[in-house]
Design a protein around this ligand. Structure first.
Ligand code: GLN
Length: 307
């Protein structure tokens, strides 16, 4: 029998069909060529059951939704204290690609903006493999299938990556990178070009909801404590300069990506993923935000809701 949850998710897609505001990210040529009308939603319980509707098997790039997972890996590798010495945990109130570091500490303000994510990528250990290969192996463990890179997209972003290179050189100049700036940006861009579906993302989010244990394999990928830390940073910084709006209206830790994906995590319960490529002024999926608002309202996901 078809699950009523699937009918409900079909309704989320049908009920947001009118939301066609926003525009495709155009600073990466390959993203500007995407089909703006693709749309999908998925949720995964902490038991590992995935429900999905819409273009559920369409692949798109993970972009900034890679950041919390790479951050978790860097913390597992180095310990929280070492990572906190390099990257802060304060919301920046600025755009994701702002060319700025905290003037008092010289550090990126948090790991969800590009400056912090480039510094974080450089912190992932590379003893046995390149950092990006370790990150892809992690994504594959999270999604329970081999996750690869969209090479055309990676090449397109590398060719237009001056802003991220600028950020990496800024970090290097204030002694915060410990790594060759161009190599760090190349690795970071490849990390962002991993190709995923909403199903993959829902499983990845569900692993965070499940305290760091992938629900299907039972593999512990992050410690409980580190998972709690990453979710806290997602709650305060995951939606960039829209983080306050998001926390009040949707009320769960989340992360968006410029290809149009958003993941959300309700600890102990569920991981959610939505996809729609048109972005609002903050670089978050416009229809994705509306879908998440509806999911939060209907399913009672808001963390600040009593009972
Ligand atoms: N790869 C993108 C960039 O660095 C990621 C940005 C995002 O998804 N917000 O610009």
């Amino acid at each position: 029998m078809r699950s009523p949850i699937l009918d409900y998710l079909d309704g989320i897609i049908a009920g947001t069909d009118h939301v066609d505001s926003g525009a495709l990210a155009d600073y990466i040529p390959e993203l500007a060529a995407a089909d703006p009308d693709r749309v999908a939603v998925a949720l995964c319980t902490v038991n590992g059951t995935v429900y999905a509707s819409g273009d559920t098997d369409d692949r798109f790039s993970i972009q900034s939704m890679s950041k919390p997972f790479a951050y978790a890996l860097a913390i597992e590798d180095r310990g929280l204290e070492d990572v906190l010495e390099r990257v802060g945990v304060e919301p920046s109130g600025e755009a994701f690609n702002e060319l700025s570091l905290d003037p008092e500490t010289g550090k990126p303000r948090n790991p969800m903006i590009n400056a912090g994510a480039i510094a974080t990528h450089a912190l992932v250990k590379r003893d046995d493999a390149a950092a990006v290969d370790r990150i892809l192996a992690l994504f594959s463990d999270l999604a329970q299938r081999p996750v690869g890179i969209d090479e055309a997209l990676a090449a397109s972003e590398l060719a237009t990556g001056d802003r991220n290179l600028g950020l990496a050189y800024l970090l290097h100049a204030s002694d915060q990178l410990g790594h060759d700036p161009a190599a760090a940006v190349e690795g970071y861009i490849r990390q962002c070009s991993a190709s995923v579906t909403v199903r993959d993302l829902a499983l990845m989010a569900a692993t965070l909801a499940n305290g760091g244990v992938q629900p299907n394999s039972g593999l512990r990928l992050f410690s409980r404590r580190n998972t709690r830390h990453v979710l806290s940073v997602m709650a305060s910084c995951g939606m960039y300069d829209a983080a306050g709006d998001w926390l009040t209206s949707v009320g769960i830790p989340a992360k968006s990506g410029v290809a149009g994906g958003i993941i959300g995590v309700l600890p102990g319960q569920v991981g959610v993923a939505v996809f729609s490529p048109r972005l609002d002024a903050h670089g978050n999926s416009a229809r994705g935000v509306v879908m998440m608002e509806k999911l939060s309202e209907d399913l009672g996901l808001h963390l600040m809701e009593a009972g």
